[in-house]
Design a protein around this ligand. Structure first.
Ligand SMILES: [Zn+2]
Length: 257
């Protein structure tokens, strides 16, 4: 990706951990990170369709973000539309969708976002305020409230709320599209042998000598593996390079370096 003196452009869509602006604490996942970000600036996520390929596109897209941000700020009174927090607000474009607008986007705080996106464990206490905020008149808010209540349905208050939350047919159909109502609410993460959470790019150390399948190579106890990749959909596996060869390693055989 190209850079110029004022902007850096990234496209990681979901790893919100690495996209927090160090100066402001604001999330700028997958988007355009201005160096001198103003504290009130709100950045959208899920913006792959907006990744600029020219400065003109960039300028146009920035104008689109800003007007959407303003619209959502005024609709919400500059609060998270799910939990009413006023801290670290971002635009969440409610999937599935193609072009962001105020009918399919909501303003959320970083705490809500991490749990919606399953990059942090679901904390039922945080969401109890949905009992009030689920009555929003705006359908994208209703959709996310319904999805979160579905994930929390083992909590009595959430199950009761789902029973009384009425959604229009079209809105309910949209809400069901991510399948959140079919899974249980727990989220699993990649963890090392001590239960410490692992992230993309971490350095790990092998706690066991491993024979590498289909090779005479063995990776010795104590081998340091840098810049690991987390295997999607399997929290027990990571990928890393040993002797220049990319191998899959079970997380139970390593610890965070
Ligand atoms: Zn929130």
């Amino acid at each position: 990706m190209s850079t110029n003196p004022d902007f850096s452009i990234g496209r990681s869509k979901t790893d919100s951990r690495t996209n927090i602006n160090r100066n402001t604490g604001l999330l700028s996942a997958g988007v355009l990170t201005r160096r001198n970000i103003r504290p009130t600036t709100i950045y959208p996520i899920y913006t792959s369709q907006f990744i600029p390929n020219s400065f003109l596109t960039f300028a146009k897209n920035q104008a689109v973000y800003m007007s959407l941000a303003q619209e959502l700020q005024s609709r919400s009174g500059n609060k998270c539309e799910l939990c009413t927090s006023e801290i670290a607000l971002v635009i969440y474009e409610v999937p599935p969708m193609s072009n962001a607008n105020s009918d399919n986007s909501i303003l959320v705080c970083k705490t809500c976002l991490d749990q919606i996106e399953k990059t942090e464990q679901l904390n039922a206490d945080h969401w109890e305020i949905l009992i009030e905020t689920m009555w929003s008149e705006f359908s994208p808010v209703q959709v996310v409230a319904w999805r979160m209540l579905s994930r929390l349905r083992s909590e009595g208050w959430a199950a009761d709320s789902l029973d009384i939350l009425y959604l229009e047919d079209e809105t309910l159909e949209w809400a069901k599209k991510t399948g959140d109502h079919e899974q249980d609410g727990t989220v699993e993460f990649h963890q090392d042998c001590n239960g410490t959470r692992l992230y993309e790019g971490d350095t790990v150390v092998l706690v066991k000598t491993l024979d590498i399948k289909g090779s005479t190579l063995s990776a010795k106890l104590g081998t340091v593996v840098k810049n690991i990749r987390l295997v999607q959909d399997n929290v027990e596996q990571i990928e890393g390079k040993v002797d220049g060869q990319t191998i899959v390693i079970l997380t139970k055989y390593l610890r965070k370096g």
